[in-house]
Design a protein around this ligand. Structure first.
Ligand code: COI
Length: 345
């Protein structure tokens, strides 16, 4: 259960330095120490049926997921509420996990109910009051061929960590600065963005890295049709003249569960929402903009490509939605949808 040996990380950094790889390939990131970017999870991991320490979770170096990105996963949050720790929309996340797995013909060796119970068990074992869960289903050592020789070699893990505001506390409160990157989302009918597969996040890495190299907090991608798609790991909303707009699921996006939450909360607040294709310039004309996602929650975007969005600060609709969203966990918004469920300790 203890920390993994810190020299593992230093050794890798040392090797990088010795062979000059840091300077050659990391660009502006070479100034980042591995310690700074490495989020260590010392909490017990639910792995293939039981709680284990990090060291006990062995995934094979020949695992198909490592070679071909064949894993599907979820990000789920548990919030500290006045009624104790509560998991948010866990059943919806598990439903999407099973759907993503089925698309790639990855048989999940546990039922929804078993994984549901396992998520509770993992959060309870962490002792955390608020947590981020990462359930992941990955193909294991099932042969080096792209089509697995053995379809039923699958590992399932649920990691639990303490993950604060994804783009920083200040960003979540006041807004972040984003840019449209040169990298686009995969074209329709290539890699399905609606399935939350590990390999999809190579696209996210390119988008996010380019944005940070250019000095922005996050990157936004267009689809190959030139229309707005989504952020590196976030769905997009803009507001204009009191109406919220968000790209539809046909715009190469992940149909986010927090995106759906924002749509339902907006309806509850009598704020009209339109899911429709959006042109890039609509961002620059918008009064407000925000990101949604499990990790990013609801985070305002105050500037895109150096142009201020509206007044260049968090707008009133964003504030109302943030208030309703965080109100769910702080007891100010009634959970009429039964999205929250108390963690069984
Ligand atoms: C999440 O929001 O939970 C995700 O999986 C997205 C990732 C960029 C952190």
């Amino acid at each position: 259960m203890g920390e993994s040996p810190p020299d593992k990380v230093t050794t890798t950094a040392g090797r990088l330095e010795q062979c000059g790889a840091a300077a050659d390939t990391l660009g502006p990131f070479s100034a980042w120490s591995p310690g700074k970017v490495y989020t260590h999870m010392a909490h017990p991991v639910w792995f293939n049926g039981s709680l284990r320490s990090d060291e006990e979770c062995m995934v094979h170096v020949r695992s198909h997921a490592l070679h071909y990105g064949s894993a599907v996963f979820e990000g789920v949050r548990a919030y500290a509420t006045p009624d104790g720790t509560q998991l948010f929309r866990l059943r919806d996340h598990l439903e999407r996990l099973f759907w993503s797995a089925s698309l790639y013909r990855i048989p999940v060796p546990y039922s929804r109910e078993e994984l549901h119970a396992a998520c509770h068990e993992a959060v309870a074992a962490s002792g955390l009051e608020s947590a981020y869960l990462r359930p992941i289903v990955s193909r294991g050592d099932c042969g080096l061929g792209v089509i697995p020789a053995k379809m039923d070699v699958v590992d399932v893990a649920i990691l639990v960590t303490n993950w604060g505001a994804y783009l920083g506390e200040e960003g979540r409160e006041k807004g972040i600065r984003a840019c449209i990157t040169s990298w686009q989302r995969p074209a329709p009918n290539t890699i399905p963005p609606g399935a939350k597969a590990a390999g999809n996040y190579l696209s996210s890495q390119l988008i996010g890295l380019e944005a940070r190299e250019r000095g922005f907090d996050e990157g936004i991608a267009l689809g190959t049709d030139g229309l707005l798609s989504e952020g590196a790991g976030e769905n997009i909303f803009i507001a204009q003249d009191g109406v919220l707009y968000t790209p539809p699921v046909s715009s190469s996006i992940l149909g986010g569960i927090t995106r759906n939450t924002a749509i339902q909360l907006a309806a509850d607040l009598d704020i009209p929402v339109r899911e429709q294709a959006l042109a890039r310039e609509q961002i620059y004309q918008a009064d407000e903009m925000f990101f949604t996602g499990t990790a990013v929650e609801i985070t305002p975007v105050r500037q895109v490509d150096h142009l201020p969005i509206g007044g260049g600060e968090k707008g009133p609709l964003t504030s109302r939605l943030q208030d309703a969203f965080f109100g769910l966990f702080e007891g100010r918004t009634q959970d009429r949808w039964s999205w929250l469920e108390p963690v069984r300790r």
